[in-house]
Design a protein around this ligand. Sequence first.
Ligand code: 5CA
Ligand code: ZN
Length: 409
Amino acid sequence: MHAWPASEVPALPGKGRDLRIHDTATGGRVTLAPGPVARIYVCGITPYDATHMGHAATYNAFDLVQRVWLDTKRQVHYVQNVTDVDDPLLERAIRDGVDWVGLAERETALFREDMTALRMLPPQHYIGAVEAIPGIVPLVERLRDSGAAYELDGDIYFSVEADPHFGQVSNYDTELMRHLSAERGGDPDRPGKKNPLDPMLWMAAREGEPSWDGGSLGAGRPGWHIECVAIALDHLGMGFDVQGGGTDLIFPHHEMGASHAQALTGEFPMAKAYVHAGMVALDGEKMSKSKGNLVFVSALRRQGVDPAAIRLSLLSHHYRANWEWTDQVLEDAVERVGRWRAAVSRPDGPSADALVEEIRAALADDLDAPAALAAVDRWAERQHAEGGTDESAPGLVSRAVDALLGVAL
Ligand code: 5CA
Ligand code: ZN
């Protein structure tokens, strides 16, 4: 699939800093020291509804990871998927009486527009589940042939016992795993499974549902976790730097994905850091397509809201926080972008060299975007209160805010 156009990332004077980031697997901060090419996989959308502020907040977090890396003069190899066939998508298509392929295409196109408007850097490889099927089938065959997977009435399940490191991404206890498995697409109560937590790798063709040739697996469609693993291993290989998504993907999705990959390769770990963004809520509940309590990026854009203000709304919360979307969040961001624009539109101002270092330090410290915004606020206040004589300062602030925060002033 094609991704979306990249906005240019201005180069900044001085040196970027290595990122220290919270890793879910170890429960502490790790300093990432990628080679000249940093590798990141971020789980993409299931395209059955438009991009809401929760999605946007999560993609914003991983966009910042890349901007920190780019500032250290590394290249970034970024891969993202689109879950363009899965139960929720098929269910929505049936509910609305529309073709599931058309629904997925339409919503993916809208996502691309939203990401472009928000200046999120595009992945180099943007891969749909459907187009990944030819690569998924041999992996499931290999797992089955090595005894890491088994058949149940035509469906193929992964055996969590096949990975000695199973459980080391989430560190959740069995009871919680079982609960979350039932809630998030698993089937712990299906009779005949070796372990109730075992996730499906390949679902045999069902009446009225799309299916593909699965070679020795028979006709069917892939499970959710193996989709991301096949794409990640194909384009990044094992031991990549960051596996990213929201906290609702910690279990089962990222736990199972890591176990699939580790059982396939015998290597550990799949990713050096598992990074998770907090959940955005509306009216006290997690924003979710299934609940329908949503604020869409595209709807705000249609209302004429400046994408820079939408982006600043996201940046005003720490990526690990769970937070509530309100009109006030957006109003504050609109006001802030106005203040910043006025400050950088003057011909000179207070020196901004220290500000660039403050933004760098804030982001390198577990992506502390609110601290970065506070630093820019202080510079803008000084500009409005006393001004300055540095003619390069307004331009430098614009470039730094663009390069490091993705906000075009
Ligand atoms: N296609 C799968 C991943 S392979 C999927 O989870 N799709 S999704 O459309 O449901 O979510 C896309 C991303 O947005 C995931 O990383 C998810 O964790 C994140 N996300 C979903 N809802 C929220 C929310 N309310 N707040 C923050 N992030 C969210
Ligand atoms: Zn995924």
